[in-house]
Design a protein around this ligand. Structure first.
Ligand code: ADP
Length: 486
């Protein structure tokens, strides 16, 4: 069920459109993945509401863009402070609808809020350029202006951070935005809207359309088809990213895509094994393995393989599985039946092809959406788990002999989001870091994300970068002024 909130008004069961809370003809249920209980029902909106939200965002754009950066920064700063003030309630809502352990949910609230704080600051640092003119009687200047109305489609694995990482830079730049949150986790999004409202975000600047999985497709089409929407930012699966890219072609929309990953984690023979195991545990089992930067494949040098897998299995076996509201729980439920089915399929495929289980390997005794933290050894490249994103708490470990072999195996994928390796040899650290075809490389660490760093992937993991000083550029257009007659 749903825990009692300190501020009950943060649990919203209407969508947020043009500064008002609105319902729809029908609703859909939001359930707790830990016990299947319905915790709320929210409007099941569709194409009409999506069009209304775009209109509202379009109407609000000129006035918001005309505000000074300092004025927009002040509103964002207020929003950030409200998120911090209500971190407990936001975390509880998240654990209830998403399942992650409460401390981890609160951690995401902090992480999500950090983007609002960061882009409140960055709003004031958007600067143009003055070029050295090639004409003595002309001056050449570049202006940076907000791109216009934006759209965001977000996933359930980070119900708050994936919204703020898009909305904060958009709003800081002077854009307005329509958000379609994941159908599994709309309550976190609506609570954010309530706080944005209290912070003084004007009507139409931030709009949230809730829709179930079917209607999300209709909403997505309207957002892509609209010539008013100049930018679409999506975080989710690669297949859906491809669909949105295709749908955005007719309007030549600017796109930011954060898609799937298949992170390799290489442990070289000169690594600190205990540190590598510690990094492996956080990079693998955080959010029950349901993040796009979670390790999917471990490559361990043959000379330290046995020691590594033994310690990894011991660490995995210690993780307490349960309802995210319970004390000491390190791993909550997976999001739904489909997620469990995918994990079971990958484990069964690996076992059939010769892998063996060192920890876990099956549905947890709690049943439902709970799966045991799992370590599979003797994994080989022909297994599904080595090619497809598992999005679950399963570590697949294989051996390698040479550095070249490990790099080639790590790069042998269409994905290119996060990668990790452990080594204490400075030459090797540079060499391997330069050769990994990934947007992000964690070296001697399993945790890399924060608001200051550019998050994003290469190859079929996506387009663009979020967060950092680069993240706001997505939402800005350059305008070149050539001023003659000087
Ligand atoms: P996941 O498998 O993690 O749920 P998806 O890529 O299916 O990832 O979903 C991420 C987001 O994309 C969700 O908000 C979902 O509703 C939305 N979505 C899924 N399919 C479409 C589509 N065809 N058009 C627009 N949005 C979609």
């Amino acid at each position: 069920g749903m825990p009692k909130l300190n501020d009950g008004a943060l649990l919203r069961n209407q969508a947020y459109l043009n500064g008002a809370w609105v319902g729809a003809a029908s609703t859909f249920d939001v359930t707790n993945p830990a016990d299947g209980a319905t915790i709320a029902s929210v409007p099941n909106m569709g194409a009409d509401e999506a069009r209304a939200a775009i209109d509202a965002a379009n109407a609000a754009f000129p006035a918001w863009a005309a505000k000074t950066a300092k004025e927009r920064a002040a509103v964002l700063r207020k929003w950030f402070e409200l998120m911090m003030l209500h971190a407990g309630d936001l975390g509880a809502l998240m654990t209830a609808e998403q399942g992650k352990p409460l401390p981890e949910a609160k951690g995401e609230v902090m992480y999500g809020a950090s983007f609002v704080e960061w882009f409140a600051e960055e709003a004031k640092r958007v600067s143009g350029d003055v070029m050295a003119s090639t004409w003595s009687d002309k001056r050449m200047v570049v202006l940076k202006q907000p791109i216009g109305v934006c759209a965001a489609i977000t996933p359930w694995n980070f119900p708050i951070a994936m919204i703020t990482r898009k909305v904060a830079p958009a709003v800081a730049a002077g854009c307005t935005i329509v958000i379609k949150p994941a159908e599994q986790t709309p309550l976190s999004a609506l609570a954010l809207a309530e706080l944005a409202h209290r912070a003084g975000v004007p009507p139409g600047v931030i709009n949230i359309i809730t829709a179930d999985s079917q209607r999300s497709i209709d909403v997505g089409k309207v957002l892509c088809d609209s010539p008013v929407v100049r930018h679409l930012s999506f975080t989710g699966s690669t297949p859906v990213g491809r669909i949105l890219m295709q749908q955005s072609a007719p309007t030549v929309k600017k796109l930011a895509l954060e898609l799937g990953g298949h992170a390799p984690f290489i442990v070289f023979e000169d690594a600190d094994i205990d540190a590598a195991v510690e990094g492996a545990l956080v990079s693998k089992y955080r959010n029950a393995g349901q993040t796009c930067v979670c390790t999917n494949r471990f490559y361990v040098h043959e000379s330290i393989y046995d020691a590594f897998v033994e310690k990894l299995a011991a660490g995995a076996a210690k993780i307490k599985v349960g309802n995210g509201f319970e004390q000491g729980v390190g791993q909550g439920p997976l999001i739904d039946d489909q997620a469990i089915a995918k994990v079971e399929e990958h484990v069964a495929d690996a076992l059939a092809k010769g892998a063996n289980v060192l920890a876990g390997g099956k549905l947890h005794a709690l049943g439902g959406h709970f799966y045991e933290p799992t370590v599979l050894a003797n994994v080989t490249g022909d297994m599904k788990i080595m090619r497809e994103e598992t999005f679950g708490p399963v570590a697949a470990v294989t051996r390698f002999k040479t550095e070249e072999e490990a790099i080639a195996a790590a790069n042998d994928t269409e994905f290119g989001l996060a990668s990790y390796f452990y080594s204490r040899d400075i030459g090797r650290v540079w060499r391997v870091a330069e050769k990994l075809e990934y947007g992000m490389v964690g070296i001697n660490t399993g945790i890399i994300s924060n608001e200051v760093a550019p998050f994003g992937g290469v190859k079929q993991s996506g387009l663009g970068r979020e967060g950092s000083k680069y993240g706001i550029e997505e939402y800005l257009e350059m305008k070149y002024l050539c001023i003659g007659g000087v």
